[in-house]
Design a binder for this molecule. Structure first.
Ligand code: S3P
Length: 430
């Protein structure tokens, strides 16, 4: 797909539903008694993988566009699937569903695409094993395919644990919290920094008892979950591309509607403000415990910054687009403590550095991040997305403010989290 420069962006865009929240709504709806109605569900391939897995576990799910109706079967109502569960490209599906399968009296095999088969699963295998679950990496490499044998036919419970995670990962935390629903006592997870807390918010909304103290989250077992109505706020990780585009394309003013601004996700807003962004929050409100706002973004003169420490988990998926933004800022931007980027859908440190260099940027990789010296004009290049949706979207934005043609290989991968991304972006061209 080919992209070119634009003379400005104007108008409004409404951001599709949050990917993390959409996954969790399906999972909690399936484990609840009664019906769950979801609106503004994200129809991205990852969330459709979650629906597909729960259908194979015997749950009736009707999906019409962004509306989903789930007939829940309670905490113990899933049935053994007759085939392997296909998680596609979705790390969230893989890690969260593993916590749920850990509590089932049957064996399941999970597998996904080539990228998922390279992503580290030891981080969930270790705590689940401590809880008494039999979980193996079938190829013995710590990755999917995974075989999970849950609590056993005799209805044995898992062991409640207090686990200290080495990584600040909401997927690890959520996996353990789901398994904790099937434990013999409270289960706690402590992380180095607080990661996104959508599971905690939504589990409590459905009737579970989840408490947070500092970076420790504790769940009580055997919650009585009841079906709910969930309106999914827009995904700030998708909004991030429009925020960046509005800031770097000269002569732009855009209104980004319906953006989730949960403080465990809003690191990008804090960073761009430090860089000098003109961004205004309008219509601040709350949907099922999740804060939302519209964002008014205007072209801004940006300066470099330093991004590290506890803010990293709150913007981890936005680092590729922040790297693009840093190329358009005066001065140096240093990103540290972001080693996790190496184990996302692609190695996002290497892939960003390689592609931004091809466009003329002054950027280098470090062991846990990148150093970007901004202010050099970028030019079009051939970009390899490595089939990573966030890489493809980042370079579509970079191309809007770069000379010449940018050709993105594998551009269709945006389908994972934002199927209409290119249409929405092109509609804003003046
Ligand atoms: C997610 C957590 C993050 C994030 C991913 C979605 C979630 O992953 O990068 O896109 O929904 O819990 P980690 O838990 O690996 O940090």
């Amino acid at each position: 797909m080919i992209f070119t420069k634009t003379s400005g962006l104007a108008g409004e865009v409404t951001i599709p539903g949050d990917k993390s929240i959409s996954h969790r709504a399906i999972m909690l709806g399936a484990l609840s008694s009664g019906t769950t109605e979801i609106t503004n569900f994200l129809q991205g391939a990852d969330c459709l993988s979650t629906i597909d897995c729960f259908r194979k576990l015997g749950i009736s799910i009707e999906q019409k566009g962004t509306s989903v109706r789930i007939t829940g079967r309670g905490l113990h109502g899933l049935s053994a699937p007759s085939s392997v569960l296909d998680v596609g490209n979705s790390g969230t599906t893989t890690r969260l569903i593993s916590g749920i399968l850990a509590g089932q009296p049957f064996e399941t095999v999970l597998n996904g695409d080539a990228s998922i088969q390279k992503r580290p699963m030891k981080r969930i295998m270790e705590p689940l094993s401590m809880m008494g679950v039999n979980i193996d990496s079938i190829k013995g490499n710590g990755c999917a395919p995974l075989r999970i044998r849950g609590t056993g036919d005799s209805g044995t419970l898992l062991k409640g644990i207090s686990y200290t995670s080495k990584v600040a990962s909401a997927q690890v935390k959520s996996c353990i919290l789901f398994a904790g629903m099937y434990a013999d006592g409270p289960t706690s997870v402590t992380e180095p920094y607080l990661s996104r807390n959508h599971s905690e918010i939504m589990m409590n909304y459905f009737g579970a008892s989840v408490r947070t103290e500092g970076t420790t989250v504790t769940i009580l077992p055997e919650p009585k979950l009841c079906g709910q109505r969930v309106h999914v706020p827009g995904d700030i990780s998708s909004a991030a591309y429009f925020i960046a585009a509005g800031l770097i394309v000269p002569g732009s003013e855009i209104l980004i509607r319906n953006v989730g601004i949960n403080p465990t996700r809003d690191g990008i807003l804090k960073v761009v403000r430090t860089m000098g962004a003109d961004i205004t929050l309008l219509n601040v409100s709350t949907d099922n415990g999740e804060p939302t706002a519209d964002l008014l973004v205007k072209t801004s003169t940006l300066k470099g910054t330093s991004i590290q420490g506890e803010i990293i988990p709150t913007l981890i998926d936005e680092i590729p687009i922040l790297a693009v933004l840093a190329c358009f800022a005066e001065g140096t931007t240093v990103i540290r403590d972001a080693e996790e980027l190496k184990v996302k859908e692609s190695n996002r440190i290497d892939v960003m550095v390689q592609n931004l260099k091809a466009m003329g940027a002054d950027i280098e990789a470090t062991k846990d991040g990148m150093i970007i010296r901004g202010g050099r004009p970028l030019h079009g290049a051939v970009i390899d997305s490595h089939l990573d949706h966030r890489i493809a979207m980042s370079f579509a934005v970079a191309s809007l403010a770069s000379d010449g043609e940018t050709r993105i290989q594998g551009a269709d991968c945006v389908n994972i989290s934002y199927p209409d991304f290119y249409e929405d972006l092109n509609r804003l061209r003046k």
